[in-house]
Design a protein around this ligand. Structure first.
Ligand code: URA
Length: 245
């Protein structure tokens, strides 16, 4: 159709716009033209996310900043904001993809079928959310705090908007290391297009923290043979934690 560029996030119904030309500013009683109203500058949602995330100085403030963030349409279809679960002082922080149906209903990450597998995986190396010992505890969040409709993949725009919040979340929770659970989490936080089956099990850096990409438990439910790799990654995590004490 000859369109090669999108210049606006929201459609504009130009038929509904007033075709009359803008009135010429009227002189004031002092004979000086009054300034014409200036359109507010277009807000960049990623810059707005960065500013909101930077201004949060603890986890409660970060949650409040997400609740107040207006630019992500997913919030309108979600029942709950899914912020986190587990202990914020844990040595290990897991970042998944997005809430599914159960998570949206309960307002907690990883409580559906994939979440139950995640719990069993970490129980195998004696770790769990809510463990009283920070060395054995997990802290869990997602790239997206709102469920995408029909569990579709988050778009590049949605991921870019949420990235500043997740990076701030990690900085405020101060884990020793981060598990990037699945391809969306790894691609978003490492800013890479490398596939998860290629980079899983390879230690990467996220700022000054080690980060380990792993296969998502939902993937393991569909591909049980890949549990062998997941087990190797859990052992690598366990070994890394020992070297960091
Ligand atoms: N999958 C995720 O990545 N996160 C959840 O919270 C649930 C399923």
């Amino acid at each position: 159709m000859g369109v090669d560029e999108a210049i606006c996030d929201a459609p504009v119904d130009r038929y509904a716009l007033d075709p009359a030309p803008a009135p010429t500013p009227k002189p004031t009683t002092k004979g000086v033209a009054a300034p014409s109203p200036v359109a507010p500058p277009q807000l960049d949602p990623v810059a707005a996310a960065q500013a909101a995330a930077d201004s949060a100085h603890d986890l409660d403030a970060l949650r409040a900043a997400l609740e107040a963030y207006p630019h992500c349409e997913l919030r309108r279809g979600a029942r709950n904001l899914v912020f986190s679960d587990g202990s914020a002082g844990a040595r290990v922080m897991i970042v998944g993809e997005a809430p599914g149906r159960e998570e949206d209903l309960q307002g907690r990450p990883f409580v559906g079928e994939a979440g139950q597998l995640l719990d069993r995986m970490f129980a195998a190396i004696d770790m769990k959310r809510g463990h009283p010992d920070p060395a054995r505890a997990l802290y869990i969040t997602n790239i997206l705090p709102w469920r995408p409709p029909q569990n579709r993949d988050p778009s590049a725009e949605e991921r870019a908007m949420m990235r500043p919040f997740v990076l701030r979340h990690i900085a405020l929770a101060e884990p020793d290391l981060v598990i990037l659970m699945g391809r969306i989490s790894a691609a978003t936080l490492l800013d890479t297009s490398e596939g998860i089956t290629r980079i899983r099990g390879q230690w990467r850096s996220l700022g000054d923290r080690p980060a380990l990409p792993m296969l998502h438990p939902a993937y393991l439910l569909r591909n049980p043979a890949a549990k062998r790799e997941a087990w190797a990654d859990l052992l690598a995590l366990q070994a890394k934690l020992r070297t960091m004490t």
